[in-house]
Ligand binder design. Structure first.
Ligand SMILES: [Zn+2]
Length: 218
């Protein structure tokens, strides 16, 4: 049990207004390593139209509830599912300015490759600062171990053993706090989409992710 002395930032990917604000979200912003990327993207959706932004928003609330019950102070990078953005650099800045012990971005993937399914955890590599080194890797591993422990399958198509080192994700590149990005599953895989789209399925992901964060917080 914590007593509000630990801060965790949850970053629910995308936003409900992104699709109708193309110019705003396609604007290029700094993405780290000297590169630029679009402010944000619309995200993916299941075959039946359940959107990734709605998934990440719902999931973030569930993860928050578990963490708060353990006395963790939780901040979210967006406050509803109807807005636009924030841009990836703003999301990173929010985490950096919060003094968070851990920053966890929540996403689901949209691969059309046959049979592609399972989760993976992305982290910045090679690291650009101390927080992106051992702490971020440990956070990614704790999340991976907790999700495996909950019976969730690791990705069949990205990374290795549920972990994916990345140098192209702006939010991770720009983070000065230990940060990881969870791609919970593939929304284009019919079986996995059914789990991601169900409240019970999202609760299972949420508890696994929250428990991984709690392990990391010690
Ligand atoms: Zn996403």
């Amino acid at each position: 049990m914590f007593n509000g002395d630990k801060v965790v930032v949850l970053d629910p990917g995308h936003n409900g207004g992104n699709a109708s604000h193309a110019a705003e979200i396609n604007r290029l912003v700094p993405a780290g390593r000297g590169k630029s990327k679009p402010c944000n993207t619309t995200g993916t959706a299941t075959g039946s139209g359940y959107a990734e932004h709605a998934f990440t928003w719902d999931l973030a609330g569930r993860v928050r509830d578990v963490l708060v019950a353990h006395g963790v102070k939780v901040l979210l990078t967006r406050q509803d599912d109807r807005g636009v953005g924030p841009c990836v650099d703003k999301r990173a800045a929010f985490g950096n300015d919060s003094g968070a012990t851990a920053v966890v971005s929540l996403h689901a993937d949209g691969s059309t490759a046959a049979g592609a399914h399972g989760f993976h955890i992305a982290y910045s590599a090679p690291p650009l600062n101390a927080a992106q080194g051992e702490p971020a890797l440990r956070l990614a591993r704790q999340l991976r171990d907790s999700m495996v422990g909950a019976g969730l399958a690791t990705s069949t198509y990205i990374g290795s053993g549920g972990l994916s080192p990345r140098d192209d994700l702006g939010g991770l590149n720009l983070s000065t706090r230990p940060a990881a990005l969870v791609e919970c599953g593939n929304m284009r895989d019919q079986a996995e989409a059914a789990v991601l789209a169900s409240p019970a399925g999202r609760q299972r992901y949420a508890e696994a992710i929250a428990n991984g964060i709690l392990e990391y917080l010690g």
